[in-house]
Write a protein that binds this ligand. Structure first.
Ligand SMILES: NC(=O)c1ccc[n+]([C@@H]2O[C@H](COP(=O)([O-])OP(=O)(O)OC[C@H]3O[C@@H](n4cnc5c(N)ncnc54)[C@H](O)[C@@H]3O)[C@@H](O)[C@H]2O)c1
Length: 336
């Protein structure tokens, strides 16, 4: 596991549970900051500490590397893995730009390594249950989806500093960093995106990029989606960062509503809304979605099957992100 910073805490927790279950052996952790690597190694039974990935690979010859470092480091780290023929799971954003992401996906494919993007929102339990209901036909033909994103962590000069200080400096923020999760989730639920129309704005002057916006997505099926996002306000939830907002998914058969506490409510057409019970664990990040994402990637790599979001498949999310920025900049609808 490469990277032992803020978000890696959730990865180490997941890998440690997989190790305890006998599914993997975590043989090394790596961070430029030795103290962080040392703290992370305590999760595992026998992980060795490194500060350099090339040295780690030469010494320990891992089967799989999990990259949880900042996006600008991903190309070099994936390059090292490609050269050594080691499979990779890599955090999003895959790269700072679509062009760079395309180059590193080509590089991984050319080297014949598996590259999976750790895109975890589609593995949040409420979306997996929503997907199950859609597949079971409970909502009938889908009309539209709305996600109202209100994590409430973006106000004032200190916004994001305690947890993710790099957020303040990102030229592209709301859609590139966070909105991409919902684009990916929308695609899982609704199908492929064929056009976008966006209005993006910066509300907090303390940060560089946009932190508010409305994006209309048109799907191949004719259904539509609205991502209505603002990081400054919060929403009704015990922890506004659990779901980061609320969703309404509407079809001929009725409406499925996600509340801010992970509750799903099903309203059959012309009938009252009722709580839809389903099983999930309120542990880790976002209903333990890091564990679900990691396990799914691990099993797909091990079984030789296609995981969700191979590097190549993930480029589609990045193309949609690119189109959203272009739509807002040029003030027009963009077809993909
Ligand atoms: N929902 C999500 O999936 C989610 C949430 C938060 C962050 N992230 C992503 O996780 C990644 C890490 O974010 P973070 O908030 O943990 O960042 P962070 O700055 O807290 O941690 C990054 C760590 O990587 C280390 N590092 C940097 N370059 C390195 C290198 N070349 N070799 C070894 N170690 C190196 C740093 O020393 C640091 O400890 C980013 O890609 C971020 O976008 C994803």
């Amino acid at each position: 596991v490469i990277g032992c910073g803020y978000f890696a805490g959730f990865h180490h927790d997941a890998w440690a549970r997989l190790e305890k279950a006998g599914e993997v052996e975590v043989i090394a952790v790596c961070d430029r900051d030795e103290a962080k690597a040392e703290a992370a190694a305590a999760h595992y039974s026998s992980a060795v500490i490194f500060s350099d990935l090339a040295a780690l690979i030469a010494a320990r010859k891992p089967d799989l590397v999990d990259i949880v470092t900042p996006p600008q480091t991903h190309a070099a780290l994936i390059g090292i893995c490609a050269e050594a023929g080691v499979d990779v799971i890599c955090q999003k954003p895959l790269a700072p730009s679509l062009e760079q992401a395309r180059i590193l996906v080509d590089r991984a494919e050319h080297a014949g390594i598996r590259l999976v993007v750790h895109e975890n929102f589609r593995f949040q339990p409420w979306y997996r249950e929503a997907q199950r209901l859609v597949e079971a036909g409970r909502l009938g033909r889908l009309h539209d989806v709305v996600f109202r994103m209100r994590p409430g962590d973006g106000q004032g000069p200190d916004a994001y500093l305690a947890r993710q200080p790099y957020f303040q400096q990102m030229e592209r923020f709301l859609i590139h960093e966070t909105g991409i999760h919902f684009i990916d989730t929308f695609r899982m639920l609704m199908g492929e995106v064929v056009a976008v129309t966006a209005v993006l704005r910066r509300l907090n002057p303390a940060i560089k990029g946009e932190d508010s916006g409305q994006v209309i997505l048109e799907f191949e099926s004719g259904a539509t989606g609205l991502l209505d996002a603002n990081r400054l306000n919060d929403h009704v939830a015990e922890n506004p960062r659990l779901t980061m907002g609320e969703m309404w998914l509407a079809g001929e058969g009725g409406v499925l509503r996600l509340d801010g506490d992970g509750g799903l409510h099903l309203k059959p057409h012309h009938a009252p809304e009722a709580l839809h019970p389903y099983d999930w664990d309120n542990i880790g990040f976002g209903g333990d979605c890091v564990m679900a994402t990691t396990r799914a990637a691990l099993h797909a790599i091990r079984d030789g099957t296609d995981p969700a979001n191979t590097g190549r498949a993930y480029l589609r999310n990045m193309e949609i992100v690119e189109a959203i920025y272009r739509s807002s900049e040029e003030g027009r609808r963009i077809e993909l």
